[in-house]
Design a binder for this molecule. Sequence first.
Ligand SMILES: [Zn+2]
Length: 461
Amino acid sequence: MSQSPTSPTGQAELAAAVAGLMPRAKAELAELVSFRSVADPRQFPVEECEKAARWVADALRAEGFTDVAVLDTPDGTQSVYGVLPGPEGAPTVLLYAHYDVQPPLDEDAWVSPPFELTERDGRWYGRGAADCKGGLLMHLTALRALAANGGVPVTVKVIAEGSEEQGTGGLERYAEAHPELLTADAIVIGDTGNFRVGLPTVTATLRGMTMVEVAVRTLGGNLHSGQFGGAAPDALAALIRMLDSLRDETGATVVRGLEAEAAQNWEGLQYGEPDFRSDAKVLDGVGLIGTGTVADRVWARPAVTVLGIDCPPVVGATPSVQAAATALVSLRVPPGLDAARAEEALTAHLTAAAPWGAQVEITSRGQGQAFRADTSSPAYAAMAAAMSAAYPGEQMQIAGQGGSIPLCNTLATLYPEAEILLIGLSEPEAQIHAVNESVSPEELERLSLAEALFLRSYAKR
Ligand SMILES: [Zn+2]
């Protein structure tokens, strides 16, 4: 072809190719969704994951990928890998998605069966439709559109993880043991989503997390609250006081030693308070907690959450002063704050907050680092142009995500030079992880086009 690939004509041809591929994308997404690929053998047969892995491997081979392999990862699950060699000297781009899904939860609460892709009101419903089987179709559709329009101009590696949702870390361990496998100049993680349908968004930061179990003991055994209550040191009361010390009067997280991080500001897309209230389903008359903008609070600052407390449940409770109580506490760690330092500060704060000389034992229950991409890199410039073209009239937005994607940190650590971009189909309406998950076909079409345009322009970086 004589025209420049970035000419408007080239864009129009790619857009037409993606549009023409949409019926196939829907049919193939339906096949993928039909596999009940929950990576937990206690819930669904392993064969469901194996069938999905085989489907992905076959799809890659059909696109001309070489070295397609179903990798046995240390957690007993399988990740699918393949390479599509590009022109001599072209950069390498790694495309990530996962084929495992969250369990369907209450199947009766689904309007249509969770493992049958069903169209309703302009969306396609099914478990994994957005998170992240749709992400796989996004990658495949982008590559197919390029293949039909002059070829894929970069070397592409695809890695489809088999246990992202279970958090068992198989692919992370495998990648660490085979550090050459996923080397790339740019990495597109197709597992996040636009801030809103129609607003193209790259997620550039992820909070990390640390989790601790806090056990408090005060007595040799439970006591009658009538006979002893009032003087006997109550372990549950001590724990409540310790946990409450982690918030100020506005509800903002306060951990001694982390005051600077607790005042960081978010620069980038802002999260409007009405939007947040509606996304979070906050009840009428109930206020938000914390200070600063909503984006500051959910993307740029630490946030503590009590995940569980071991104490007697209401039904069956007896009139007793508790001798022991335990809580599981998580602290979301913003970019720039080391998760180990955050855990030390949290542990020291809770220990110091224990009243009445109560005995406190704090055990680490895991931690993951935060992530921040370099948004000034060539890949971000290429993606910004691609997204503006795929979403006419819109500019690429930079958002954060309050949660973590551990593999992202593994890749950032293994390949510090690689430019990492997080995009995908999990916009708020997709209701990922909940019942009635769905994907927007328009988003699938536009993001497939954006990814194709990105690969074209990144080839000439
Ligand atoms: Zn996902």
